[in-house]
Design a protein around this ligand. Structure first.
Ligand code: FES
Ligand code: FES
Length: 158
């Protein structure tokens, strides 16, 4: 066991866990932050998608020992705080388009969507259908068409 500090949703946190424990289990089981979902545990389904220093990442595939004290992890719980509102515009778009079915994949879908919009903006452009095709988050309920519409609407409000 050893101590690991990082910034979670805007606040510094410290955990005392094995170096090899993956960040998803630190978030869910140690810190009680359960927005990032466990699906596969091997970086395939993307249900756990969150942000690492502003970019999409999958905490099931990152060792806690590889997270530094000034690294910022944002989960769906902290997403509204990044824009200072009760709901992030992408979350509002999800509600407006009634996207969720069972809902299990949706936190990861929203986090992937926000990261993709930010990535495109950093490249000086808006998201397009190719960007949407690159989002590989699995939805077993097949809500993909509503997800795509919501991402476009959410992006327009970001
Ligand atoms: S649980 Fe992380 S990618 Fe599937
Ligand atoms: S809404 Fe059920 S898995 Fe996506």
């Amino acid at each position: 066991m050893s101590k690991h500090t990082f910034v979670l949703n805007g606040k510094a946190v410290t955990v005392d866990v094995d170096d090899d424990l993956r960040v998803l289990w630190v978030l869910r089981d140690i810190l009680g932050v359960r927005g990032p979902k466990y699906g596969c545990g091997i970086n395939v389904c993307k249900a756990c998608t969150s942000h690492f220093n502003g970019k999409a990442f999958n905490p099931c595939s990152v060792r806690i020992a590889d997270v530094k004290a000034d690294d910022e992890i944002t989960t769906i719980e902290g997403l509204p705080g990044t824009v200072g509102t009760d709901l992030h515009p992408m979350q509002q778009a999800w509600l407006d388009h009634d996207v969720a079915q069972c809902g299990y994949c949706q936190p990861g879908q929203i986090m992937a969507a926000v990261a993709k919009v930010k990535q495109a903006r950093a490249e000086g452009r808006e998201i397009d259908d190719n960007d949407l095709d690159e989002i590989r988050n699995v939805c077993r309920c097949g809500t993909y068409s509503r997800i795509r519409e919501a991402i476009k609407a959410g992006a327009a409000r970001m």
